[in-house]
Design a protein around this ligand. Structure first.
Ligand SMILES: [Zn+2]
Length: 426
């Protein structure tokens, strides 16, 4: 079983300077190795199969890979002696980061989700270095022994659980100081077994990630988004206006930049804390939670432009959606549903099941007939069976029904049928 614990470091002035220097050197080398890879692709990406047989070809340069780049560290340390100051494993780990960034760009991760082109890291954008291994007993009182850096003081707010050993240690520079993240492993503890609870009407609950409410459940429980990001955003906006006016590179500018960084950090932490609390509340209410399978990329795409016959642009609902995008980003719904809730559920021995949300706002939860709604309609009232409910709670009920096996049929009017009718009316 793997765990990750984070502790705040309290380094001395010398240690801070040294770590800052390390980060800067690693960043330069990271950019250099990344450039080497891009360069190879720029020169050699054409397929050689198509060349005429008579033309002369220079010998192809081997593509730079993890091993060749790792070998290049040896001459680097001879030419630039200051790189000898960095621990060898830390340097090698930087090469691995180049490799990973490039692999995610070309091949994608295990689910074949490709990331964008890796970027060169500017000053202050390279914040973490990793020791792939530590000594068996790195803790000495309130200090941790990090190779080459010596004993670094830390706030040990919780002990390492018995039987776990430290796999890796990553040191990160954050706006409010330095942190060390330890990955702990105990091979004797098995990973959590996959849980299979049969969902029934009684032990399950549908959860709708709403707009008016952060979550709305099929049993009527609702939880409002605290909107701290909006409030903090106003504060942030004021600071950023001020920031733009300050002279670049001045001390005042730097100080303000630090303040803005800390504000971002506070917001992220408060939100995360609140997400965990909400997840706990939800899991107390049922054993199986049905949530909608939310795709972040679908949420933030723009609405299609609408035009009338003369080519004038009509309202297409984008402005309403812009507000929607913002509140979604605000509450971090996707992260809550995809990461935090499943994580908490696994720990609690409960289950989260994803459900296709298509049509869950356009049907009646009681009679399953189609009831069309606009984004602005906050109330569900069914003309067929007379059900009256708040929209989000109703969606939660419908998600539960879908989770329990009800199929919704969404009848979309085909274009031909629509045109035929328009003709017959005309
Ligand atoms: Zn109905």
């Amino acid at each position: 079983m793997l765990l990750a614990y984070q502790y705040k470091l309290l380094p001395t002035y010398e240690q801070r300077c040294r770590m800052d220097k390390w980060l800067d050197m690693l960043r330069h080398q990271y950019n250099y190795l990344l450039a080497e890879r891009f360069d190879w692709y720029e020169r050699n990406r054409c397929s050689i199969n198509a060349c005429p047989l008579l033309c002369h070809l220079p010998k192809l340069k081997e593509p730079p890979n993890y091993y060749s780049q790792k070998r290049s560290l040896v001459p680097l340390k001879q030419e630039r002696e200051w790189y000898k100051d960095i621990h060898a494993h830390v340097l090698q780990d930087m090469v691995k980061r180049v490799e990973l960034a490039f692999a995610r760009y070309l091949k994608g991760d295990s689910k074949a989700n490709r990331s964008g082109k890796p970027r060169f890291k500017g000053k202050g954008r390279y914040r973490t270095f990793t020791f792939p291994q530590l000594s068996a007993q790195p803790f000495m009182g309130n200090r941790i022994a990090l190779p080459k850096l010596g004993k670094v003081k830390l706030t040990q707010h919780r002990p390492i659980p018995d039987g776990f050993f430290i796999k890796t240690a990553s040191v990160t520079k954050k706006p409010d100081g330095w942190y060390v993240q330890l990955v702990l492993e105990d091979v004797s503890v098995p990973d959590a077994p996959s849980i299979n609870i049969v969902p029934t009407e009684a032990n399950s609950m549908g959860v709708d990630a709403g707009l008016e409410y952060f979550v709305a459940c099929s049993d009527g429980f609702t939880n409002e988004s605290p909107k701290f990001l909006r409030k903090a955003e106003e504060k942030l906006a004021k600071l950023q206006v001020k920031f733009a006016l300050r002279k670049k590179g001045s001390k005042a500018c730097r100080k303000l930049g630090q303040r803005i960084g800390r504000l971002h950090q506070t917001i992220a932490r408060t939100r995360r804390q609140w997400h965990f609390e909400t997840a706990g509340e939800l899991l107390d209410r049922a054993d199986v939670l049905f949530v909608e399978d939310l795709k972040v990329s679908n949420l933030s795409c723009r609405c299609k432009p609408k035009q009338d016959e003369e080519g004038r642009f009509l309202a297409n609902g984008q402005s309403a959606k812009s507000g929607l995008n913002k509140s979604f980003a605000d509450a971090g719904v996707a992260r809550f549903l995809n990461e935090i809730l499943p994580y908490k559920a696994e720990k609690a021995g409960k289950q989260v099941i994803k459900v296709n949300p298509a049509g869950t706002s356009q049907h009646c939860a009681k009679c399953l007939k189609r009831v069309s709604k606009q984004l602005s309609d906050r109330w569900h009232s069914c003309p067929h069976c007379g059900v009256e409910l708040p929209r989000d709670v109703h969606s939660g009920m419908l998600i539960k029904k879908v989770g329990l096996g009800v199929r919704l049929t969404i009848k979309r009017e085909s274009r031909k049928a629509g045109e035929a009718r328009a003709l017959s009316v005309g």
